[in-house]
Design a protein around this ligand. Sequence first.
Ligand SMILES: *Cc1c(COP(=O)(O)O)cnc(C)c1O
Length: 249
Amino acid sequence: MKEDILHNLEIINTRIKNACEKAGRNPHEVKLLLATKTVSAERIKIALENGQTLIAENKVQELKEKYEDLKAIPHENHFIGHLQSNKIKDILKYDVSCIQSLDRLELAEKLHQKLLAGNRTIEVLIQVNTSNEESKFGIDPDKAIELIKKISEFSTLKIKGLMTIGLFSAETEKVRLCFKILKNLQQKIFQEKIPNVEMNELSMGMSGDLETAIEEGATIVRVGTAIFGARIYPDNYYWDEGKIENKGI
Ligand SMILES: *Cc1c(COP(=O)(O)O)cnc(C)c1O
């Protein structure tokens, strides 16, 4: 088990390095984030004890379950799942430094209220739906600037950039288009010079498409399967949950 994880990490780091070389980028510009949904604390520990520093969960419940086991090992925790408003109080208990999946004003408002009350701040990325699939979360690219302007008024939310889950497709060029949309949006937002908004992070690229994402400017790649192996739940269990509930299915 340990050997597999270490071997896979080596492969991923090589893939990142090669992609950076191809794109003429410095590998230090790209952070590897481990997407740890369904992965046991024990296995996550192996990665953290061997040089990894950044992990992320999709569900507050999993964050909570693994928190005690992992807290002694220095690392940074992000959140990459769909966040329900009623889970805000919980998520703030578990040392999450960045919520990458902020995609609506109502959630930002509630987060701000809770953070104000606790006299603290949190980093956020704005999740954008670049694949135009109804099943995915994230703000429409067309509406993102307006949303970011509004969120930027909440002093407790430190906007650091954008996140997207690209299209799942074997057609690299279609996937690339999603990443280009995110990059273009970043450039537009730079031009807007919105106070309190930093736009340096682009979180995009996963096990199957991290090379394309790096070529298009990713600063964070989020990798799960290629390090920890296949998951038993399909990804839409994590990504569509809220929408499935809303439809009453
Ligand atoms: C699971 C997940 C990943 C990682 O996906 P893999 O294909 O397993 O690398 C990345 N981002 C998000 C939001 C995820 O939920």
